[in-house]
Design a protein around this ligand. Sequence first.
Ligand code: HPA
Length: 292
Amino acid sequence: MNLSADQLAAAVAETAAVIRAGWREHPHAAIVLGTGLGSLAEHIVIEAEWNYRDLPHFARSTADGHRGRLLAGRLADVPILAMDGRFHAYEGYSFSQITFPIRVFAELGVSFLILSNASGGLNPTLRSGDILLIDDHINLMGSRVGQVFNLPSSDGQVENLPHELFYDPRLMSLAERIASEQHIPLRRGTYIAMLGPNYETRAEYRWLRTLGDVVGMSTVPEVLAAGELGLPVIAFSMVTNIFRPDDAQQTTSEEVINAAGNAEPNLRRLVTRLLTECSSNSPLAPRPTPLP
Ligand code: HPA
């Protein structure tokens, strides 16, 4: 997807129109359900849904544990859109394709974005099933930032990121308060994004351990796009496997999907409360509907 700014805006408007035609509600938030967290979708009262293949300009989900449908409906009575399955760079998608849905959500007027993913724990104090609130990231996916921001080729220019926009502090404090009230352990930390699709070698894990708390293969493109669009974002990482330097065992995708599924109830409680509190909390209360 290599579009001019006008072409991209037209494509976003076209997809948003298809969604509006099938669902007249104004979504308060959009949620991206990552690996193994698709079961959260079972708790959404679905009012409309689309296979990604039926949405113009959307890519297709090909990764394990990702269904590939957009849901519109209510979670805890709050109108939301949810991506049941996301797009990854390791599936061969460009950052522009991965982040296209985020542009559509912004066009539809969501007030904020909730991202979730599965990750490998690097910090030795983490346990499988822990939830980490991502408060910063290291982007080792290697994609040019200009691709996310849909900038023309930079001709060697350094591109400035709107850095103060990543990981909304209001949403993070709210999530931490809810977690402590609900007795859900919630840690903060740095997410390292690798291109994948392979899990890391032991030497890579050892190296990454010096850089951050968890490692995964997603989320950063969506966060960068949300930053560009001025959309507040909160990102939860479900730790599904733990790196131990002396353990020769390889991580498998079954292990990751099962661990994410087991830990899903806590994340669901957290996300549900966050939505209800935000729908009554002024800074993140619903934005006015952009179009009829
Ligand atoms: N590495 C990268 N991505 C992951 C991992 C991991 O160990 N676990 C879940 N997603």
